[in-house]
Design a protein around this ligand. Structure first.
Ligand SMILES: OB(O)c1ccc2cc[nH]c2c1
Length: 240
């Protein structure tokens, strides 16, 4: 997979040189390139924003630099990911979908956002996914891009040392939250590890973990019990 990120703050994407994405790059599993949007400005002030038509607070990112940047960076058929509070919800199912793509190009907006014509023009030759991390607002798309990239890259074959760990995570195909985990010491600040986990009875442990996943989901995310997240419907489990 190739990942390109276009931003006015290239240094914000330095974490892509570290840890999981950094190791994936070293292994040759992904290529990553970060581009400064101002490369595609042509005035002495390297202008990327202007006042909004229709009035209102703040500034809007101009279409011209973005159009030239995407022409240069995104080949026909690539997937353009645009983080925005106004986007479709980003979730594990979408992460898995994006992990199938050959090239992801991230357009990181700032100010009040990117002129809407940029996505409209890009949609003529790219898959465009405007995505929201949740119902809150950041100051720009860079942090969201880092989160989406990590969620996607970790799903790629060979990236995680132990792919089995993907199997029992929160928001997996069963759509439930992950069960609580414990490690040594067996007693810590008068808090003990559940006895079942010390029993060596794998069937009982699996059953306990499934029940804990359900219990947590009911308590914290009942919405997931009937969510239709990209074709996954989880029917409410029968009451214990
Ligand atoms: O919350 B966000 O994901 C987000 C994304 C892009 C922009 C651009 C200006 N504010 C933004 C917020």
């Amino acid at each position: 997979m190739r990942i390109d990120v276009v931003t006015v703050f290239p240094d914000y994407l330095r974490p892509l040189e570290l840890s999981l994405p950094g190791r994936a790059r070293e292994k040759g599993l992904i290529e990553v390139e970060v581009h400064d949007l101002r490369t595609w400005t042509h005035d002495v002030h390297r202008t990327v924003d202007d006042a909004p038509y229709g009035g209102g607070a703040g500034m809007v990112m101009k279409p011209e630099p973005w159009g030239e940047a995407l022409d240069a960076v995104a080949p026909d058929g690539a997937t353009l990911v645009v983080p925005t509070p106004a986007g479709e919800p980003f979730h594990q199912r979408l992460a898995a979908e994006l992990a199938t793509r050959e090239q992801l190009v991230f357009a990181c907006g700032r100010y009040e956002g990117i002129d809407a014509r940029v996505a409209a023009d890009a949609a003529r030759r790219l898959e465009v996914r405007e995505v929201s991390l949740g119902d809150y607002v950041l100051n720009g798309g860079e942090v969201a891009a880092l989160a989406v990239i990590e969620a996607v890259v970790r799903l790629l074959p060979g990236v995680l040392g132990n792919a089995a760990s993907l199997a029992e995570e929160s928001h997996g195909e069963d759509g439930l939250l992950e069960y609580p985990v414990f490690t040594r010491p067996v007693a810590w600040r008068d808090l003990a590890v559940p006895d079942v986990l010390l029993s060596g009875d794998h069937a009982r442990i699996a059953s306990w973990r499934a029940e804990e996943s359900r219990r947590r989901t009911v308590a914290r995310r009942p919405d997931l019990l009937t969510a239709d997240v990209g074709g996954w419907r989880i029917e409410p489990a029968a009451p214990a």
